[in-house]
Every structure is written in structure tokens, then in C-alpha cells.
Design a protein. Structure first.
Length: 279
């Protein structure tokens, strides 16, 4: 297994990577096989867990730890990671996040929990960008919400403003208007974790709505289907990263913003990978 569990902040993503690596040299590691080994009724249940549609129960978790053959420190981190990903409240998330930090390899850095909360709602980042364009003193929640696409309620804007202040991502300027503290806030080239996955799904829904409700002159759409190797996939990813850096440079130099936009880039498979014949 090339990847370390300490590099992950979502146990589902780790399991996906683990199973894919196993299948490279052993076809027996199917969802059905894993389900049988950890006491679940079907391979379909494993798929539900991996897609975030079902939780991993404690008994199955302990059986899975035996199956994965993790070291004691890796097993402790993985157990805490499962509880963190499946926590239902913010307080539970904070508790298990702390436990994760305590049990992780000291050479691995993971994101602060507050950054995950920022991406738990699509409109938190959208409201932050809107403050670059519109004047807001701290009371015109309904008015600012009406300028958003889609429209937000006054309560949603209030919620976003409170969080942004708490995370110190916005502050009042000399004129008394709330503005972003930093011009650019980015997740980096790769999104991970439950909140990020939910955020991406919300962004895709926003893109769908924009394709129907925003006029052609106010949006840009482009896509390409391709058949490439794993090596070429990595090259495309790297080119996308370089392009993204150039876009961030344009944003950094912007001085007369009059509208907030969202740029979304996705690269994902549309077929299964062809299995290489063993010689």
C-alpha cells in the first residue's frame, strides 16, 4: 500500500485508495469479499459506506481494522477518523478532530477543523466574495441576500457573516464596510473530506442552475471527453494546476471587481480502467 492512512482526512477516501491498490495485484478484494470479512450482508453495503450514504458501525469498524492489518498507531488514527467523519454535531467533530491530531503521525499536517466548516455550505464562500463587490455594514442581511444567485435568505446571510467573522476571514475597513481580510482563499489543488465532497456536489448543482438561468454572455462553458493513460491523466492534472495558478494571479491583481463568479474545474472517469493482461 503506497499511501499512508495519516495522509487522509476521510476514511472513505482511504478505503477507496486501499481497495484500488489491492485490486492491482489481487482480484479477490471485491466489495463482496470485504463485506463478508467484516460481517456485512452484501457488497452493496460497502458501496453505500464508501459513498457516504451509510455509516460504518462499531462492530464492522473493529473487524475492518483487523482486515486492513494497520499498525496500532495507524489503527487508532483510522478509528478516530471514522468517528470524525460520521460525527453529527460540530462539537462531536471538534472532539474527534482533536483525537485525530493526537493520534496522527507527527510528520503529517492536516487542515484545521474550521476550514472544513467554511466549506460545509456553498454560500459561506459566496457571501465572502460578494463583500468585495457590495457595501455591507453588518445589518443589511436581506438586501445582500437578494443580490446573490441564487437568492439567499436574510438568515442564511446572517449565518455566513457570523461564521466569516468568527474565522477572521472578514473585517471592517476604514469606512465601516465588511471586506475580505485576504483577497484569495483557496483549498489548494485537491479537495478532500466529507465537507469538501458536499461542497463540490453543491457547486455542481449551482453550475446546473446557471446553465439554465444565466444568459450566454455572462457565463462560459467548455468540456472535452478524452481517453488517456494514468500517466497522461497526471499530466493533465498538473496543467490544470498551472492554469489555476495563473487565474489566481489575475484575481490577485483585480482592483475594480463588479461581480462575483465561481470557476469550477472537474476531471473524472467516465469508464472503468482497462485491466492489463498479465504476461
Amino acid at each position: 500500500m503506497a499511501c499512508s492512512v495519516f495522509q487522509f482526512t476521510d476514511f472513505r477516501e482511504y478505503l477507496k485508495a486501499f481497495l484500488e491498490a489491492r485490486k492491482e495485484y489481487s482480484k479477490g478484494w471485491s466489495h463482496r469479499y470485504v463485506a463478508d470479512r467484516i460481517g456485512l450482508k452484501s457488497g452493496g453495503h460497502i458501496s453505500l459506506i464508501l459513498n457516504g450514504k451509510a455509516n460504518l458501525k462499531d462492530r464492522a469498524l473493529e473487524a475492518l481494522l483487523d482486515l486492513l492489518k494497520l499498525s496500532p498507531s495507524e489503527g487508532l488514527y483510522f478509528r478516530n477518523l471514522v468517528h470524525y467523519n460520521q460525527a453529527m454535531t460540530h462539537e462531536e467533530q471538534k472532539h474527534w478532530f482533536t483525537r485525530m491530531n493526537e493520534s496522527r503521525d507527527s510528520s503529517v499536517t492536516i487542515l484545521d477543523v474550521s476550514q472544513y466548516v467554511y466549506y460545509s455550505r456553498w454560500y459561506y464562500s459566496a457571501v465572502r466574495e460578494a463583500l468585495t463587490v457590495f457595501d455591507f455594514t453588518g445589518s443589511e442581511y436581506q438586501q445582500l441576500g437578494a443580490k446573490m444567485l441564487p437568492v439567499l435568505s436574510g438568515a442564511e446571510v446572517h449565518e455566513a457573516i457570523d461564521l466569516l467573522i468568527h474565522l477572521k476571514l472578514i473585517a471592517k475597513d476604514a469606512k465601516g464596510y465588511f471586506r475580505s481580510v485576504n483577497s484569495i482563499l483557496t483549498t489548494g489543488p485537491q479537495l478532500n473530506g466529507f465537507y469538501f465532497r458536499e461542497y463540490v456536489q453543491n457547486i455542481l448543482e449551482l453550475a446546473r442552475n446557471a446553465s439554465q438561468n444565466v444568459s450566454a454572455g455572462e457565463k462560459y462553458n467548455s468540456w472535452v471527453s478524452m481517453a488517456i493513460s494514468r500517466e497522461s491523466f497526471q499530466k493533465v492534472v498538473e496543467e490544470t494546476r498551472l492554469f489555476r495558478k495563473r487565474i489566481l494571479k489575475i484575481i490577485e491583481q483585480e482592483e475594480n471587481a463588479d461581480r462575483a463568479y465561481l470557476l469550477n474545474m472537474n476531471l473524472f472517469p467516465i469508464t472503468e480502467r482497462k485491466r492489463r493482461k498479465k504476461s
